[in-house]
Design a protein around this ligand. Structure first.
Ligand code: PLP
Length: 435
């Protein structure tokens, strides 16, 4: 265990982290997570607990709630969901019955599993209707309206795990209002951008807002569910319904060490420096997009409004994502294979890679450095993507084994790996933390 902890810290320090759902929390957040609060049971809510000894836990949870309400300007916040998926599950449990119809962005088009994907609980227990993005990467609002009028969903989701444009909260809220549906905005990816005013807030438009706390918000793994004034106007019981859905509906005791760390992260997000950080995330993403396109790398939607980019690898063939992810991993550059809209391959062997700037912006990288990273990415994509293709018979895993043996000896990858290691020495991380 000691060796693995040490190695993982070193991996985080020395590499270029481009996974857009990841970030580097502050040392204060790490410290809060590592406290003895993990020992406590506190089922229930502040001042209404099922166990004794919760006086200080109440103070901690109330701090987190008050900070969330102030930061996002909402009348109600629940900070207990263990993570983003359980938070979304609680939304279904609060406003839907088993078998109700729901509308969400299709997973291969960038939507999240919990927005109705067929193998997720949300697609199994509910009648889920997917909407899509257009060829230009923007949500197809006309299709959403058509599907909403036809199927009359009880709940419409707005949010994504791979979407490069600003969400059309206002347009979707009009559609939801037209048919009397709840609109839930899942801002897991963009919560930090909303705080930094570089993405429109969903609060005036949605009834419910869910978010993870560990992506651009730069807190611990965790999530929050917020009820807006618009939500309370539609349903005065909505806040109680959400709270009851989380506990006792879905969860037992909250993770109090996580709640404390959320409170710490929210305090950090209230500082003016956080706004600067959020703005720099978007500046970096735009600079990275420009630099990649100058290198003839194709991007879905030809750019980005937020923190995220999706590289379309289909000019080299289909299903190339896995090769690029693994080759870059060897060069200490981390990103993930991802489906692209209307992917010609499959979710396990998708035709794109997804990347983003929240984590490298936390490391202190700016626009100038995006050019350097884009050149490394282009070098490896041009080296690897034309050379390797999925065998027609995908059970032939031998092919991937051979690929791995070959890239371990690839001189271009080795050279980039060395350059990355020496480059990242300029950006210290977690000074003072040693395992
Ligand atoms: C990451 C994400 C989630 C879920 O988060 P987990 O903490 O991994 O369960 C939910 N919705 C969206 C849009 C996400 O991107």
């Amino acid at each position: 265990m000691h060796a693995a902890l040490k190695n993982e810290l070193q991996r985080q320090r020395q590499g270029i982290e481009l996974i857009p759902s990841e970030n580097f929390v502050s040392a204060a957040v790490v410290e809060a997570l590592g406290t003895t609060l993990t020992n406590k049971y506190s089922e229930g809510y502040p001042k209404k607990r099922h166990y004794g000894g919760n006086h200080f836990i109440d103070e901690i949870e109330l701090l987190a709630i008050e900070r969330a309400k102030k930061l996002f300007v909402v009348p109600h916040a629940n900070v207990q969901p263990y993570s983003g998926s359980p938070a979304n599950m609680a939304v279904y449990f609060a406003v839907c019955n088993h078998g109700d119809t729901v509308l969400g962005l299709n997973l291969p088009d960038g939507g999240h599993l919990t927005h109705g994907w067929k193998v997720n609980f949300s697609g199994v227990f509910f009648k889920s209707i997917p909407y899509h993005v257009k060829a230009d990467g923007y949500i197809n609002i006309e299709e959403v309206r058509k599907l909403a009028l036809e199927y009359k969903p009880k709940l419409i989701w707005c949010g994504a795990s791979a979407y490069m444009r600003e969400f059309p909260f206002e347009e979707l809220s009009k559609i939801a209002d037209e048919i009397g549906a709840y609109l839930a905005a899942d801002i897991a990816h963009i919560a930090g951008l909303v705080i930094g005013n570089v993405h429109k807030s969903p609060v005036p438009f949605a009834h419910i807002v869910t978010t993870t706390t560990h992506k651009t918000l730069r807190g611990p793994r965790g999530a929050m569910i917020m009820v807006t004034q618009k939500g309370l106007d539609k349903d005065p019981q909505l806040a109680e319904k959400v709270d009851r859905a989380v506990f006792p509906g879905l969860q037992g005791g909250p993770h109090d060490h996580q709640t404390a760390a959320i409170a710490v992260a929210l305090a950090e997000a209230m500082k003016p420096e956080f706004t600067d950080y959020a703005q720099q995330i978007v500046k970096n993403a735009k600079a990275l997009a420009e630099a990649l396109m100058k290198n003839d790398i194709k991007l879905i939607s030809n750019g980005t409004d937020n923190h995220m980019l999706l590289i379309d690898l289909t000019p080299y063939g289909k299903g190339k994502g896995v090769f690029i992810q693994e080759a870059l991993d060897l060069a200490h550059i981390t990103l993930n294979k991802n489906t692209i809209p209307a992917d010609p391959s499959s979710p396990f062997y998708p035709s794109g890679v997804r990347l983003g700037t929240p984590a490298i912006t936390s490391r202190g990288l700016k626009e100038k450095e995006m050019q350097i990273i884009a050149d490394w990415l282009a070098k490896i994509i041009n080296e690897i993507a034309p050379r390797y293709s999925l065998p027609e018979d995908k059970t032939k895993l031998q092919y991937l084994d051979n690929f791995r043996k070959e890239i371990a000896e690839n001189q271009i990858i080795k050279q980039v790996a060395e350059e990355v290691l020496s480059f990242m020495k300029n950006y210290p991380l977690y000074d003072g933390i040693e395992y």
